[in-house]
Design a protein around this ligand. Structure first.
Ligand SMILES: Nc1ncnc2c1ncn2[C@@H]1O[C@H](COP(=O)(O)OP(=O)(O)OP(=O)(O)O)[C@@H](O)[C@H]1O
Ligand SMILES: [Mg+2]
Length: 588
């Protein structure tokens, strides 16, 4: 994965946040007017005090009232401009966050099978949420803190310089030093923030992994070991977090001292200037109010800068995922796959999961004629499941080609390719949705009757009917509320419903008792007529009726033939396996 820093993340946020230009404009215009009006209102207030301090006699009241009215006018303008600003911000932020959620959903889903094998679901979810939250924080910081701060400082400095250049100059130098120092320190702290974010993710990952494996933890009495491992993570989190927070504290310590110096210093300068009659008493009000304003604004500046960088650090992990190009991609202008007769060709295919490993499949050749029922058997880890994943293009191969009906699987769109095939995986996973919805996932437009017909064929209708809620029963996360065999049958029903021309059954009936398995096999035999079928099984009774049996070992086909051929072939592996299984559990 390529390393992603602040610049890349910022660019990505910009790409995702730059729609809705009118709303951004509304936000900015509102802000500029509001802040300017507020700053000018302070001058009006100064004038008001000036009247009180310098005028005498009957003039005071009307003049003071007039100044008060001017002050009120500016404040009302500021109030109105803030409303425009907030109106635009609410719309901008909620629209953009909506879009970012949608983008993350889509982009992550289009990552490959390998990506999901490599990433914890728990931390993926957390990363998406953090990415969205960081965007909100960053947008807030830019609009409400930084932009508004610089703009306010600009106005305040202008007014102070106009009142007296020395006053302005002192404050100007102070602000420059203060802010540069803050930015410098915040950058220094970035590495602590990153370490903290990383420790955070590790905790989530471990939580998710151990919660998922709760059964294993219980079964193998692993709690103490897991707790130790988890506590190591929380201890490391504690150390990293404390470092980061301590750093914050030290910076604030220096910062408050710095402010006291300015406040006392500037009042002293003002006093001297007043003595020399360069400024008036009312100017003290102006200075004091502006000083409040400055402190009020710059006090959180350091924290905001750190918050800014921290938000970016938080977002980086997700940005990495969003900027990593999809591992398996449709070619530009890829055509839709057209299923014809369902012929499958592997031509000199080599494949490895990672370059560091040996090839799982090496110079592999296989032709499956249309409508043929082929059984893949062989030792565990031999590459059977891998071959089916390649056919479905879950991975791209390194060498050779895979053709289905003379179309290279790499040249057609993934969606159309997979739409033409149905897979019952080795360990089927179901949505936490009703059984009806789970089965209908095979073909979205199927009617209830069709779903039930498929369920009957897969022998799930009976057990589903026994549930109080029948087809409306929810199956629990990943389908844990069903037995292994029930889950398999639901997955078979789903595949049956899809009516795909190519059917792949990867140990699809391994969790069933022999009788149910036989019944399902019979049902499938009817179903798979005219379909190309690949059946993977360890139980040889399942495959003996296949048109062709392929024995796969270390990614190579070592035997190929019918049951009757192979069993009689001298020294054949199939023959040995058959003997070991005592005639495949069930003697005909
Ligand atoms: N996602 C993966 N990343 C890396 N290696 C993998 C991955 N999946 C499988 N392998 C490796 O590829 C090899 C073939 O695995 P495969 O799942 O194809 O075997 P199989 O013949 O289906 O075995 P079984 O009968 O146990 O299901 C194994 O050595 C396995 O460790
Ligand atoms: Mg397998």
């Amino acid at each position: 994965m390529k390393k992603v820093g602040l610049k890349e993340t910022a660019r990505l946020y910009w790409k995702l946040g730059k729609s809705y230009k009118w709303l951004v404009l509304g936000t900015l215009v509102g802000l500029l007017i509001a802040v300017a009006a507020q700053m000018v209102a302070i001058i009006a207030l100064r004038d008001f005090f000036d009247v009180l301090a310098t005028e005498t006699g009957s003039d005071v009241m009307p003049m003071a009232l007039q100044k008060l009215a001017i002050y009120a006018g500016w404040e009302i303008l500021a109030w109105a401009a803030w409303r425009i600003n907030t109106f635009a911000v609410i719309r901008y932020q909620s629209l953009t966050v909506r879009d970012i959620y949608d983008y993350c959903f889509e982009y992550v889903h289009h990552h490959s099978y390998a990506f999901f094998a490599d990433n914890f679901v728990g931390s993926l979810v957390k990363k998406v949420n953090r990415f969205v939250r960081s965007f909100e924080r960053i947008a807030d910081l830019i609009l409400y803190n930084f932009l508004s701060l610089f703009y306010r400082m600009f106005i305040i400095l202008g007014v102070l310089l106009w009142v007296n250049q020395w006053l302005g100059l002192v404050v100007f130098v102070w602000i420059i030093v203060f802010m540069s120092l803050n930015v410098f320190l915040s950058l220094k702290k970035l590495k602590y923030d990153r370490a903290k974010a990383h420790a955070d993710s590790k905790i989530s990952g471990q939580l998710a992994d151990t919660f998922t494996n709760n059964q294993n933890v219980k079964l193998f009495v692993g709690f103490k070991k897991e707790r130790r491992a988890f506590q190591n993570l929380t201890r490391s989190w504690y150390k990293k977090t404390r470092k980061a927070w301590d750093f914050d504290h030290y910076v604030e310590m220096g910062q408050s001292a710095f402010m006291i110096v300015l406040e006392v210093g500037i009042l002293y300068v003002a006093l001297e200037l007043w003595q020399l009659s360069f400024i008036e008493v009312a100017d003290f009000v102006l200075i004091q109010l502006y000083m409040f304003e400055i402190f009020h604004q710059v006090w959180p500046f350091g924290r905001n800068v750190r918050d800014f960088y921290e938000s970016f650090a938080d977002a980086e992990e997700m940005a990495e995922i969003l900027l990593e190009s999809h591992e398996v991609k449709d070619k530009k202008g890829a055509k839709s796959f057209k299923i014809l007769s369902g012929r499958v060709d592997f031509r000199n295919v080599s494949f490895t999961y990672s370059e560091a490993d040996d090839h799982v499949i090496n110079n592999f050749d296989l032709t499956i004629k249309s409508g043929q029922k082929v059984a893949l058997i062989g030792p565990s880890g031999g590459g059977k499941t891998t071959i089916t994943k390649l056919l479905l293009r879950f991975y791209d191969i390194q060498k050779g080609k895979i053709l289905v009906d003379d179309q290279n699987v790499a040249d057609v769109t993934q969606e159309s390719l997979r739409g033409a095939m149905a897979l019952v995986p080795q360990d089927p996973i179901l949505f936490h949705r009703s059984l009806m919805e789970n089965i209908r996932y095979g073909r979205t437009n199927a009617s209830d009757e069709e779903v039930i017909a498929a369920a009957k064929m897969a022998f799930c209708h009976d057990f589903i009917q026994q549930f109080p809620k029948g087809y409306k029963t929810f199956v629990g996360e990943r389908g844990v509320k069903l037995s292994g065999g029930q889950r398999q049958r639901v997955a078979i029903a789903r595949a049956i419903l899809s009516n795909a021309k190519i059917l792949i059954l990867d140990e699809a009936t391994s969790s069933l008792d022999s009788e149910s398995e036989m019944l399902i096999q019979k049902a499938l035999d009817n179903l798979v007529k005219n379909k190309t079928t690949i059946v993977i099984a360890h139980r040889l009774s399942t495959v003996m009726s296949a048109d062709r049996i392929l024995v796969l070992q270390n990614g190579k086909i070592v035997e190929d033939g019918r049951h009757s051929d192979l069993i009689n072939r001298k020294g054949s592996m199939y023959g040995k396996m058959w003997d070991l299984q005592v005639g495949g559990y069930m003697q005909d």
